[in-house]
Design a protein around this ligand. Sequence first.
Ligand SMILES: NC(=O)c1ccc[n+]([C@@H]2O[C@H](COP(=O)([O-])OP(=O)(O)OC[C@H]3O[C@@H](n4cnc5c(N)ncnc54)[C@H](OP(=O)(O)O)[C@@H]3O)[C@@H](O)[C@H]2O)c1
Length: 324
Amino acid sequence: LEIRSGAVGVGKGMPMGFIIIAPGINTEAWCRHLLAADPGLDLRVWPDSGDPATVSFALVWQAPPGELQRYPHLRCIASLGAGADHILSDPQLPAGVPVTRVVHDSLSRGMSEYVLATVLSQCRHLWRFQQDQRRARWRRRLPMETAKTCIGIMGLGQLGADAARRLGQHGFPVVGWSRTPKKIEGVAAYAGDNQLRPFLARSQVLVCMLPLTPATRDILNAAAFAALPRGAYLINVARGEHLVEDDLFEALTDDQLSGACLDVFREEPLPESHPFWHHPRITVTPHVASITHPGLVAPQIVANYRRVQNGKPPRNQVDRQRGY
Ligand SMILES: NC(=O)c1ccc[n+]([C@@H]2O[C@H](COP(=O)([O-])OP(=O)(O)OC[C@H]3O[C@@H](n4cnc5c(N)ncnc54)[C@H](OP(=O)(O)O)[C@@H]3O)[C@@H](O)[C@H]2O)c1
């Protein structure tokens, strides 16, 4: 084995390699910040993996399926973002290796700001005014009343719970839905499949902040839209695979939904020919609702690298069985 020693946890014969596998992502800032956190890091960037047997830690975003299986001594597979669905979906994911994700206040804050901005834009009809302006059309539209506009948050985890709190602080009534019951001040919390419909029935603006799992795939479908109050607005900031696209078009055509703001898509980048781009009541943003800043999260990733090199379990582990 060719083993280059890092600054931490040097043990005889212990693989020390740290690899970034993130095709299509500019990894320059990641490298800079990881090396700032640990100047001795034996860092490689896929596809320049070196000897796979000398790699113990993989930082990953949408690795080619089967790629992770090539590294026989992995001790941790770390998602470069908050979601780990792109790792868990690999049919050849090495068994028994802990999978982690990023948990950081900056991600929750960024997501909550996006959701708050979108909800306010909808309540104040800002997108419609933009359309009116393009046609020089002077048309007054009354704002939706904050205290009478109920926001429904699907998923009350790191991101959803923060958004629910902040929307509540802003004066919106908030309902939330999760797998297990939650207590969040100012939020009417629903849990489990049996309580999905009553939750939806109150959600005038529905925000999807669920992880992508077999149980949540396609959850934004015709039945869910029919259960919403008429004219509800949809915000999907979770994953494109949560949404059944044809059902959205139909719900918009029937005016069951008044509009949608979508940040995530089944295919990213969203193809130029996709009808979402030109639909008058759909707003498209390019998966930017909450962005992982390498400078802020590199220290927690290096800390996890040190933990596994020292035989400790990494923090922020995903439950592989549960799927998130
Ligand atoms: N667009 C973007 O820029 C962007 C950025 C970051 C993340 N995301 C997406 O946001 C997702 C959520 O992130 P997070 O950090 O908040 O995740 P998290 O902390 O794991 O929270 C997930 C929440 O969803 C709930 N949930 C999971 N499965 C469910 C089910 N079958 N039925 C009902 N509720 C269910 C969980 O319920 P329990 O609390 O009962 O477990 C939990 O409240 C990520 O997975 C990712 O896909 C998007």
